[in-house]
Design a protein around this ligand. Structure first.
Ligand SMILES: Cc1ncc(COP(=O)(O)O)c(C=O)c1O
Length: 388
């Protein structure tokens, strides 16, 4: 059992956006930062030790992805998800969002359309627009405090021959769903029927709570595997965003060739030394730490739910199925984004992500990052209570 999530002497890491970006984003530094999706916790000790060793060695030349690196990923997918992947399927990535952009440029044409499911991670729409493709939305349905996919709407939108790709967030940031076998199967059926390539962003998969099952979309059947690129990274589960550890899993030869050629054209195939070392260390020796941090965050979630139920019943928590993002329904306080910001920043003195940034259906909601020591969460909840 890892200890120490409660007692952190110094949370502010070198150059941390979460801490040092407050003034630029919110106009003041005097806020509790529960926004940028990083944890306040140090990475697992074996990761720190291996990075320290490599860093002290002092030679930082070009590196190739080693057999150990590939084995670490293959074993992780088999152990955690019973998904048997092959070495040759594993493609380079820098971070997930730029890599989605590479895939989009490699496999679609300017003016083509890409489906996303708002309210969803804002950088999906950003990267689609920046690549000169068009966003098509298939908004989620919010019913009885839970989110669902709208397959009737999806089937309709998928018929447009200009739609060539769909990006799914699984687990879904920010609404907290881990999509079920039935949901993924129906989505896959529709996409295959209409020749739409599925991009599965599984940034948070490893943080799925133990009572829920995460199913990689491409592991469901051969047809889905042949029509999908899965993007994974260690940013979220092991708090390594600053190290750029993303990679792609692409079973389809043609899709992989197109993706690889695009990466070659940018001369981006080489990995960062520290990314390889951190990936091997975390996958080989970090699972105990990961399970502990999930349990710690789950306890934070239970505390948050009880506190809100007892003291701020006007707010509703949408139960998340993975750590560490929580989607709050604040529509009883404000639905207008500027008014909600006013409440969160000026009255509650908190830095959260205003739901409006995630597109349709996000107004009146906010995303809270609870990967923090309990005492910080307690202080934040007190502030909301007093502000209400
Ligand atoms: C759904 C989702 N995908 C990808 C990312 C970024 O991942 P990476 O650091 O590997 O680019 C984030 C970061 O917040 C995210 O929420």
């Amino acid at each position: 059992m890892t200890t120490g999530f409660d007692d952190i002497d110094e949370i502010k890491q070198y150059g941390s956006e979460k801490w040092y970006g407050l003034k630029e984003k919110f106009g003041t530094e005097d806020l509790i930062p529960l926004w940028v999706a990083d944890m306040d916790f140090k990475a697992p000790q074996p990761v720190i030790e291996r990075l320290t060793k490599v860093s002290q060695f002092g030679v930082y030349g070009n590196v190739k992805r080693t057999d150990n690196y590939y084995a670490a990923i293959i074993n992780w997918m088999r152990k955690r998800y019973s998904w048997n992947i092959r070495k040759e399927w594993i493609g380079a990535g820098t971070r997930i969002i730029p890599s989605i952009g590479f895939a989009m440029r490699a496999l679609t044409q300017p003016g083509d359309k890409v489906i996303i499911q708002p309210p969803v991670y804002d950088n999906f729409a950003n990267i689609i627009n920046k690549c000169g493709r068009e966003v098509v939305t298939n908004p989620l349905i919010f019913k009885d405090n839970k989110y669902y996919m709208d397959f009737i709407d999806l089937e309709k939108k998928a018929q447009d021959p200009k739609v060539k790709m769909m990006i799914i967030s699984n687990p879904h940031n920010p609404v907290g769903r881990v999509w079920s076998m039935d949901e993924l199967t129906e989505l896959g059926r529709i996409c295959i029927k209409h020749n739409i390539i599925v991009i599965c962003d599984q940034a948070y998969a490893d943080l799925t709570y133990p009572c829920v099952k995460y199913i990689p979309f491409a592991s469901i059947c051969e047809d889905f595997a042949q029509n999908c690129i899965t993007f994974s990274s260690l940013s979220k589960p092991f708090n390594l965003a600053g190290i750029h550890t993303a990679y792609a899993i692409i079973p389809n030869n043609d899709i992989r060739k197109a993706y690889d050629n695009f990466i070659e054209s940018l001369h981006l195939k080489r990995s960062s030394l520290f990314s390889l070392v951190a990936t091997e260390a975390a996958y080989e020796e970090g699972e105990g730490w990961l399970n502990d941090v999930i349990n710690y965050i789950y306890a934070n979630l239970q505390y948050m739910k009880s506190f809100i139920e007892a003291h701020i019943p006007t707010i509703r928590v949408i139960e998340p199925e993975f750590a560490y993002l929580v989607w709050l329904d604040l529509r009883n306080i404000a639905t207008d984004p500027a008014q909600l910001d006013d409440f969160l920043v000026k009255k509650a003195r908190l830095a959260l992500n205003n739901g409006a940034m995630y597109g349709e259906g996000g107004h009146g909601f906010a995303r809270v990052n609870i990967a923090c020591p309990r005492k910080i969460l307690e202080a934040a909840l007190e502030r909301i209570k007093n502000a209400v």
